[in-house]
Design a protein around this ligand. Structure first.
Ligand SMILES: [Zn+2]
Length: 511
């Protein structure tokens, strides 16, 4: 536990070490998060007899005439705590500048909260400066079904871990919860039941990337075979809506010719129909508190052209779909866990066009997927969108866990790196990475003190990044990793805070 303790009156004498920012009062009960030898516990302290609530289950004892209840961090207790404190319940974030911090271990939220808090403090300090500043909204529960499967977690686990982390750090500013890369109505139902509010639909299975290069007869045949009833139009009407028409977007004008329309429609027509169907499902089962939708077509091989973006947005609107953010595939390479690879000037030009379309046809936010560690583009993205931007990160918090581990358990870090080198060729299959194994140093050749520096090395980062699923489903590694991070939690929060400040400050427009 760290020292900067200022606890609520009444907590002084119960002799339970607690997380100093956690205490919160409700209806005469003090709630707090305790650090006990058996692990973290939710504490409730009240006048004897006043703890009638059956919502929380734990071990009761008497302390100085009061009743103390120490509850394990179960799903039921997390649900009950969200009932008591509205700021722990996921909420829609609207068009505010926002950042999502995926956390595959379920231990990172306190570090994310500290970075968000430091960014807000800096932003408040810097008001009146030359840079436009934006207050950031945060998402702490964020995981795709694919990542949940790979890490053996459920939507409830993802939600609850973020709840405990927010509560531990006393984060009262609210947050969204992103059910990421959903592909089916079953995915939606599963995440809706767990209380998610932000649904990212990934129609990539319905994108036809071959449309970029198909010859004319193939293109025409594919166009004729589009799911017209689901698109609620006809081949001829769709063509008439675009070809030869001038579409004004702010100070730009787009004219779409026959070939451009054919390629855009063939590439994204099926995806548009799929998103519309999943959106209607969301509306029919949606939570009463509201939900928001993101559409991601980032996981395709070729960039989304401006005319294609225009096509997607116009057609989705025509079908009644409403969304808060969209992730096109931008130019350049968004590889996992490393800097943006490509020409920054070309990125700016491309991104500026997407930003103009998003303002004119929404407004909605542009979303940066695979957004971890792309330090050179956050400021550009925030500026060109005028704050209509969402940043999505995930794997980088796992990498920071390994950086922390390298500093306090070099032996375990060496084992994980050796294991990752063996797994890389198999595990990299579904990721955009270009690391070369032979450039990853053999861990036995390095001094302990140099191990954390490996997290600065491109190839090592990617090898460690894409093998997280294998590490986290190998109990011999996972258990020691988790135990070490819990024992050295302040170290982990500290590296996370530093790392995320580098993401969030440019996004918020602070130095
Ligand atoms: Zn994505």
């Amino acid at each position: 536990m760290n020292e900067r303790t200022s606890v609520s009156p009444g907590l002084y004498d119960i002799n339970v070490p607690l997380y100093p920012r956690s205490p919160a009062d409700a209806d005469g009960v003090i709630f707090f998060l305790a650090s006990t030898p058996a692990g973290r516990r939710l504490g409730l302290l009240a006048e004897a007899g006043a703890l009638a609530s059956e919502a929380f289950s734990g071990e009761a004892s008497e302390r100085n005439g009061k009743t103390l209840l120490l509850c394990p961090l179960t799903h039921a207790n997390a649900v009950a705590l969200r009932e008591v404190f509205p700021w722990l319940r996921p909420q829609p974030l609207g068009l505010a500048t926002s950042a999502g911090c995926g956390d595959r271990l379920g231990l990172a939220t306190p570090g994310h909260v500290r970075a968000a808090r430091a960014t807000a403090a800096r932003s408040a300090e810097g008001r009146g400066g030359a840079q436009p500043e934006r207050s950031l909204k945060m998402i702490f529960s964020q995981q795709s079904i694919r990542e949940m499967t790979r890490t053996g977690r459920s939507p409830d686990d993802v939600m609850d871990d973020a709840t405990w982390g927010m509560f531990q750090e006393g984060w009262r500013d609210g947050a969204g919860a992103d059910a990421d890369h959903l592909k089916t109505t079953d995915d939606i139902d599963l995440c809706m039941a767990a209380g998610f509010t932000f649904f990212t639909i990934d129609p990539s299975a319905y994108v036809d990337p071959a449309a970029d290069t198909d010859d004319e007869p193939v293109l025409r045949a594919k166009y004729a075979a589009l799911p017209w009833p689901a698109l609620a139009t006809t081949a001829r009407d769709l063509r008439n809506a675009y070809v030869g028409k001038r579409i004004d977007v702010e100070d730009r004008a787009f004219t779409v010719d026959d070939e451009t329309l054919l390629r855009a429609a063939v590439k994204y027509g099926g995806a548009v129909a799929h998103v519309a169907a999943l959106y209607r499902h969301l509306v029919s089962v949606g939570p009463s508190g509201g939900f928001e939708l993101e559409i991601s077509v980032d996981e395709t091989d070729t960039p989304t052209g401006h005319a294609e973006h225009l096509f997607i947005a116009r057609e989705l609107r025509r079908l009644g779909v409403r969304w808060v953010s969209l992730a096109p595939r931008y130019v350049g390479r968004f590889e996992k866990g490393v800097e943006y690879i490509g020409d920054l000037a070309a990125f700016e030009t491309d991104f500026a066009g997407h930003a103009a379309i998003a303002r004119a046809l929404g407004p909605y936010k542009l979303s940066l997927h695979s957004g971890s560690d792309k330090f050179s583009i956050y400021g550009i993205a925030a500026e060109l969108t005028r704050g209509l931007v969402h940043l999505k990160t995930a794997g980088t918090s796992y990498l920071e866990a390994l950086r922390a581990t390298a500093s306090f358990d070099p032996a375990l870090f060496r084992e994980i790196l050796t294991f990752a080198r063996d797994r890389y060729d198999t595990d990299k299959a579904s990721y955009h990475v270009s690391a070369q194994l032979e450039r990853v140093p053999a861990p036995e050749t390095l001094a302990d003190a140099d191990l954390p520096l490996l997290l600065e090395q491109f190839d090592t980062r990617q090898v460690l990044h894409v093998t997280f699923g294998s590490v986290l489903t190998t109990p011999a590694l996972k258990d020691r990793l988790m135990t070490g991070l819990m024992r050295n939690e302040e170290r982990y929060y500290d590296v996370l805070e530093r790392h995320f400040i580098r993401h969030l400050h440019p996004l918020a427009g602070v130095q």
